[in-house]
Design a protein around this ligand. Structure first.
Ligand SMILES: C[S@@+](CC[C@H](N)C(=O)[O-])C[C@H]1O[C@@H](n2cnc3c(N)ncnc32)[C@H](O)[C@@H]1O
Length: 278
């Protein structure tokens, strides 16, 4: 358990996470000294539609070798490592949760990407980088714990170069009413801060960012989740999975998230916005 004073960090920190992952890898027959990114994907992509979603967003974000990418709220760093390996980007991941940062660093070293994907603890609302440091700011499933949407997106836009992009895959409120709790990002409503996607889009446009791509993926996310949960019901949960990050209420969090998606209590958006050239 985390002793952090920050309720969001307390929610995410588990204690002993790296050992639990290594043990689960061994239980699935993987040798931790010979890991690939695919071996880690079941646990290091802490968002709906896993690696599939990361690959889709990456394909839309205009990534090329050598570009610098900041992954904000990077969690265990699965997306950061993927962008480093698949696109040859130099990726920096930041996250509030110190245990996730330590785990991300260890996992990057285990797959030989420590030089290309680096991680440090930081709050998304106070990014420790000068203006215009990165070509791309990337974020998946972090802002739902952050009430100050304007502050969040202003920080991301601040650290990208003119002509640079902010790419995100995120959860928003929906027309179906309040979400059922617990969900993966919160046991209860106190640390869940969902905004309406349309309002966030209007905010981004008011900030002068240009929307290059905006897709509502709620329906196919629900389909994906349904297949995943059905597989768990029939074949059992594999040892390596997101349940390692979600504590004893993991089964309820999975079921509620599926209901929330189907009932449109939450919606999911994949988007790329651009900071205009000067
Ligand atoms: C659901 S996880 C997603 C992790 C990662 N982006 C992924 O998709 O695998 C949410 C992450 O956001 C981080 N987070 C929440 N609020 C944050 C903040 N204010 N600053 C930085 N990270 C934050 C949490 O610590 C957690 O790691």
């Amino acid at each position: 358990m985390s002793t952090s004073h920050d309720p969001v960090e307390r929610h995410y920190a588990c204690g002993g996470l790296l050992s639990a992952i290594v043990e689960a890898l061994r239980a699935t027959g993987k040798d931790p000294s010979r890991l690939t990114l695919a071996d880690l994907a079941p646990v290091d992509e802490f968002h709906v539609r896993g690696r599939e979603a990361t690959a889709e967003l990456a394909a839309c974000a205009g990534l090329t070798p050598g570009l610098t990418v900041l992954d904000v709220g990077c969690g265990l760093g699965g997306s950061a490592r993927y962008l480093a390996e698949k696109y040859g980007c130099r990726v920096t991941g930041v996250d509030l949760t110190q245990e996730y940062i330590e785990t991300a660093q260890a996992l990057a070293a285990m797959v030989g990407l420590a030089g290309q994907a680096e991680f440090r603890q930081a709050n998304a609302l106070e990014l420790p980088f000068p203006d215009e440091t990165f070509d791309v700011a990337w974020t998946e499933h972090a802002q739902m714990n952050i009430p100050d949407k304007e502050g969040f997106f202003r920080e991301l836009a601040r650290v990208v170069t003119p002509g640079g992009r902010v790419a995100f895959h995120d959860v928003f409120s929906g027309p179906g009413g309040e979400p059922r709790f617990p969900v993966p990002w919160a046991e209860a409503p106190d640390i869940s801060h969902l905004a309406a996607a349309d309002e966030v889009r209007a905010l981004l446009e008011r900030m002068g960012l240009r929307v290059r791509m905006w897709e509502d993926t709620t329906a196919r996310t629900a389909d994906w989740f349904e297949v995943l949960l059905e597989r768990f019901r029939t074949k059992g949960r594999p040892p390596l999975g997101l349940h390692l990050l979600m504590g004893p209420s993991a089964p309820a969090k999975f079921e509620n998230l599926l209901h929330n998606l189907r009932e449109e209590r939450v919606t999911v958006i994949v988007a790329v916005v651009e900071r205009p050239e000067r």
